[in-house]
Design a protein around this ligand. Sequence first.
Ligand code: HEC
Length: 147
Amino acid sequence: MRRITSSVAISLLAMASVAQAATPEDTIKYRKAVMETMAGHIAGISMIFGGKIEAQEYLLSHAEALAAAGDEVGKLFPAGSGTGKTEALPLIWQEGDGFRKAAETAKTSTAALRDAIKGGDKAAIGKALKSVGDSCKGCHDRYRHKD
Ligand code: HEC
């Protein structure tokens, strides 16, 4: 038992020490994980806001987590992470500025949704939710491979 515990500790240490040099595979996996969390939080927010689920007390925590991920979107596409198991199109790195703008809309629209939820005005929340959806779709339409 003691041996198992110390080997777990050692592998955690090893993980911590390699964390600085992510492989392209891990970068892509992490990017997809963050994207998935955004989809999850939006689904949660839509269901609570739409009255399908009684979980009003969690609405803001979903929105805060979504805004944190929205803030991170622009950092999820470092150079060298465009090949492998990814649907990210090469245009992302060819068209730097356009892509940076698309990532910026994810940041501003998710922050605006969080603020609208804090404010509690239903019309403002609905509008902000739509802007977030437009931001996701706008970027996917242009920069993500379609099946
Ligand atoms: C700036 C561009 C951009 C924005 C904004 C953006 N995405 Fe993405 N998203 C991508 C790209 C590119 C991929 C493909 C990533 C890959 O395969 O490496 C992707 C992939 C995904 C995936 C699939 C992940 C997987 O497991 O393969 C989901 C789900 C997703 N995005 C949800 C969202 C949601 C929800 C939003 C809005 C809150 C959003 N995205 C905003 C560019 C964006």
